[in-house]
Every structure is written in C-alpha cells, then in structure tokens.
Design a protein around this ligand. Sequence first.
Ligand SMILES: Cc1cc2nc3c(=O)[nH]c(=O)nc-3n(C[C@H](O)[C@H](O)[C@H](O)COP(=O)(O)O)c2cc1C
Length: 340
Amino acid sequence: MFKLAQAMLFLLPAETAHYFTMNLLKVCHQLGLIRNTTRPLNRHNVRGLGDDLWFNNRVGLAAGFDKNAHYVEVLHALGFAAIEVGTVTPRGQAGNPKPRLFRLKRDKALINRLGFNNEGVDAMERRLMYLRGKQASNHSLPVIGINIGKNKSTPNEQAAEDYVYCLERLHAYGDYFVVNVSSPNTPGLRALQGKDSLVELLTKLQEVNKAKGPKPLLLKVAPDLTDEALLEAAAVVTELQCTGMVLTNTTVSREGLVTSSHSVDAIGNGGLSGEPLALRSGEVLALIRKAYPDMTLVSVGGINSKEEGQKRLDLGADFLQVYTGFVYGGPRLIKRLKEL
Ligand SMILES: Cc1cc2nc3c(=O)[nH]c(=O)nc-3n(C[C@H](O)[C@H](O)[C@H](O)COP(=O)(O)O)c2cc1C
C-alpha cells in the first residue's frame, strides 16, 4: 500500500508531493482516521535535554520537514517522539526559486536548495502558542525543538541579532533550541561555524537563554567541516555551556553517488541528504563522542534502517533524527526505529 502511494507521489515534483502528502495526512488526522501510535514504549529522558522532558522513543523528525509547525500533531501520531520545527527566521521569506528539491531515487537521497523558506517568527509563535494551549488541556504533544536561523538579507556581521531575536520570541514555546549555522543554501551562513563567529553568536544566545531560564541549546554543524574545525566547534559548545550538538546537516559533497554525474550536475547546487551521507555523519558522531564523552549528541544523516539507527546509538548518539529516510521509508521506518 505504502509502496503504491509512494510510486504515485513520486510522479509529482518533490516539493509538491511533500505538501500534498502532509496536508492530506493532516486532514486524515483531524478526521480521526490516523490513530496516535506514539504510546510510550520506553519513556525515557535524553541526556542533557532536561529531567522533566519525557521522550516516547529515541527517534525525532529532523529540521526542515515541518518548517512552520503546521504538522506537529499528525507527525506525532505517526510515531515521532520529537519534532524539530524550523528553520525559522525573524521575518518570513520565500526561499530560492523552484524547482529546489530533487530526488535521487537510486541513492535514496535528496538534494535541496530551499534556502530557509519559512513564514517567520510571528507565524511560528502563533502556531506554537495554540499547540501549547492544547497541551495545557491534556492534549498529547511530542517534544518540540525549535531550529533557528537568520534571514538571507541579514549580513553575517548582524547575524547574531537574528538568532537572538528568534530565541527571545520563541523561548517560551520550545523544549530545546538548535542553532543552525550549517545550511549550504544561505550564502555565507556556514562561515558562522568559524571559531570567532561561533563564540560571539553562542555567547549572545546563552545570555538571553540564561536570563529567560535556561533551555537546552544545541549547535547543528555541517559534515563538510574538517575534523579539526568540528572539534573546535565542539570546544566552543562546551566552553559556553551549551547542551550539545546536532550531527549533521546536509553535505555539499557529491561523492559516491550511483546516480549519473550528468543527472547530478543538471540538478546543480544544494545540500545532499540521505543514504550517501550516512558514512560521514557516523564518522562525525564518533569523532565528537570520543573527544566529549558527556556531551549531548543528536545523530542525523542517512539513518534509513533500524540497523543504521542502532549503529548510531552504539557510536554514542543520545537521540536520532530522520528526514530523507522518512521520505523513502515512510511510517514503517519510524515503527522500526521506535523499537530501539
Ligand atoms: C528538504 C530538506 C530541507 C531541510 N531544511 C533544513 C532546515 O531548514 N534546517 C536544518 O537545520 N536542516 C534542514 N535540513 C537538513 C536535515 O534536517 C538533516 O540534517 C539532513 O537532511 C540529514 O538527515 P537525513 O539524511 O535523514 O535527511 C533539510 C533537509 C532536507 C532534505
């Protein structure tokens, strides 16, 4: 059934298929046609993410899938213990021209250059306020992470102001926050991963975070950084008493693909996600875990089976996230990962 539905959906352009599917699932959920499968198997805490925060399993949805928190409830019903909404930027922005999301079916991969298309902080605040209101009257919600970024038009010298603004406005609504300086689709963004920029950015964010009553703050990094740069970023995270890291964002590398280089070249720029990212994502996890045995580490990138999920846990991940694996594997993947 899933395979048939997927074959039909894959006839549509990737971004159209995404919104079509999610809007359909949302309506089905509202009509009571999708039952909540998120009954806790093994309710547990995730190191560093707070003693009072209970996760129903160890798999969450990675950032970028539900950029505007439109689908939190149906995604929770499908089994995710946590949803990381965003990346949200202070002002809404359209992102890059379409087409900007491409399937590499033979590689079980995607290339995207969406460019932080999102409705902005005001819309996100309204939606999360509504969801938290429902939760207060005993409605079940997943753990909600908020992934924050900067507007394309904001120069890097003022980037910290954008991140601080997002954190200030949304602090009350997130269970944890992720600082995204690693998308390849906003020009110059990845330069913010340099040591001096990171110290400045995370210092300012921690000031606000501490003043408001600290919530877990994690840094999301690119797999394309050298090992040295990754360790340097981890050192800054520790020094500034941030909670941990999300490892990793998409890659700009095109190595090891089965898809012909002609087709890949025709797609053009963007971040590659899915199976081809698994190896590097696992390596980055092992690298940071070895150097920082106590840091909270969320592993994401190419997790598309229970075996791969187990491998990441064995490498020291505290929590798992998926995006592309969910596009190709559907709810069945979540069902398998929930058993970990
Ligand atoms: C279409 C698409 C959009 C994404 N948007 C974001 C985003 O807005 N913010 C972010 O931090 N990561 C974003 N990501 C990266 C994912 O969160 C994840 O780190 C990456 O895809 C690797 O995981 P995967 O191999 O399971 O997809 C996006 C990924 C995809 C495929």
